[in-house]
Design a binder for this molecule. Structure first.
Ligand code: HEM
Length: 418
């Protein structure tokens, strides 16, 4: 489907695996620059290139306008923004008692028009600082429903397999970072635009819902030349290489719900994972690489090749597996998990209260079926992953991500009517 229609689909990658998919796949609107023009050929694969960067790609770090319209909410498959805010809200208790779908529909209609305005650089009704809205800000807003909306008086139809993530032995969950009835994933190229969007969306939800938690993090999605790259977590690892690539059948099968009223939607697990940077820093480089199974500098598998190459789990060196039995990539790899996959996104966080520091990853996992994909992989990691030594989940929440909407429709319309 041409990118100029109001119901774009995520296109097949014709310009290298990672290049620009978040943009060519979502119709550019407003003043978007035609970055796709003239971009051809395979991505650069020399070892000196930044992980994930495509040297044939024109600079893209300048920011685009991501169309809010489409079969899917565009933020899921879009290249990660430099700033991401995850916001969870709780519907007021009286609304839960009533289970009033019309009321929920009112909130979703308000959010729909807010999202349409904000992503195109316009203020929202009643906005006291519309100048903070900015087009070409890579802004996307993704909305989802928490578990309580599929119970009690609401009784909305849930996506298949949607359930709360069961407790894991390594979890140290804090209520203040867990749960919620509604999620907003707001992502963009810089914090002021993203923060403004969050403020407007939360303010407009006030008659219906109040803030439960808000977490913000950053990512490094472009190299210094402005080319899209995979990005690194705070351990310094290239993080995201093994993901199914947006625009491929594998991605579609992994992520999108393909039937019923949730068709075009997905599910999201958010985990706030604390990372113990001081003890990680005490390891040698080869210990760090061994616990992961990938090279720190390039992100390539320890079995050789380049960043986006798959690991060869059978490879041995003197009788021992090159990719250690309890390394993170072996334990999370599809072949260790009955072919199960997830699509991960992440944002790094570092917060301090006085001299107390906390750092970690705002981990996001998208999958069609939460119980059949995320949970078994998470269990496999809980039961044996070297990384558990330095990582601890302190927050957890799950949401059913609504299908996208076309111009003239509103977010969640099909689900509420269904
Ligand atoms: C702070 C915690 C975590 C860190 C630092 C981390 C880091 C990484 C890194 C560096 C890779 C290799 C590059 C890549 O393929 O992206 C990776 C792969 C992967 N991780 Fe994690 N991860 C964390 C938590 C998790 C969790 C909670 C899950 C799922 C429950 C998970 C699932 C996966 C999967 C499925 C892969 C791809 C394996 C493959 O196909 O090769 N990770 N992770």
């Amino acid at each position: 489907m041409p990118a100029s229609t109001s119901r774009p689909t995520i296109g097949r990658p014709s310009i290298g695996r990672r290049s620009l998919l978040g943009y060519v796949g979502t119709a550019a609107v407003g003043t978007a620059v035609g970055v796709g023009a003239g971009v051809t050929g395979a991505r650069a694969l020399d070892d000196t290139a930044s992980p994930g960067a495509d040297s044939t790609t024109a600079p893209t770090g300048l920011g685009r306008t991501i169309s809010p319209w489409g079969r899917h909410q565009p933020g899921v498959a879009a290249h990660p923004g430099a700033v991401t805010e995850l916001v969870s809200l709780d519907l007021h208790a009286r609304h839960h008692r009533a289970g009033d779908r019309d009321l929920l529909g009112r909130l979703l209609r308000v959010w729909t028009s807010d999202i349409e305005a904000l992503t195109q650089g316009k203020g929202t009704p009643g906005d006291t600082a519309p100048w903070l809205a900015s087009a070409d800000a890579d802004l996307s807003v993704t909305v989802g429903f928490g578990p309580r909306l599929f119970a009690g008086a609401w009784d909305l139809p849930a996506p298949a397999g949607f359930a709360e993530v069961p407790a894991m032995t390594h979890d140290r969950l804090e209520k203040s970072w867990s749960g919620g009835d509604l999620v907003l994933v707001v992502s963009g190229r810089e914090g002021s635009t993203v923060g403004h969007a969050v403020r407007r969306l939360v303010a407009d939800a006030r008659p219906f819902a109040q803030l439960r938690w808000r977490q913000s993090g950053s990512w490094n999605p472009y190299d210094p030349q402005g080319r899209p790259i995979t990005g690194r977590n705070l351990f310094g690892q290239v993080d995201g290489s093994g993901n199914p690539q947006p625009g491929t059948d594998l991605f579609d099968q992994t992520v999108w719900i393909s039937d019923g009223v949730w068709q075009g939607g997905t599910t999201l697990v958010v985990r706030r994972i604390r990372m113990d940077l001081p003890t990680w820093d005490e390891l040698t480089r080869s210990e760090q690489e061994g616990s992961m199974g990938r090279d720190l500098a390039t992100g390539a598998p320890l079995t050789g090749g380049r960043e986006l190459d798959d690991v060869v789990l059978s490879a041995r060196d003197g009788g021992r597996f090159v990719v250690a039995p309890l390394s993170h990539v072996r334990r999370s790899h599809p072949s260790t998990n009955g072919g199960r996959r997830i699509f991960r996104k992440a944002a790094n966080y570092e917060v301090s209260t006085g001299s107390e520091m906390e750092a970690g990853l705002l981990f996001q996992s998208y999958q069609r079926d939460l119980s059949d994909q995320f949970v078994p992989i998470q269990r496999m990691l809980d039961e044996g992953d070297e990384l558990n030594e330095w990582t601890t989940a302190v927050g957890s929440a799950e949401f059913a991500v609504l299908p996208g909407f076309a111009r003239g429709e509103w977010l969640g319309q099909g689900v509420l009517d269904g």
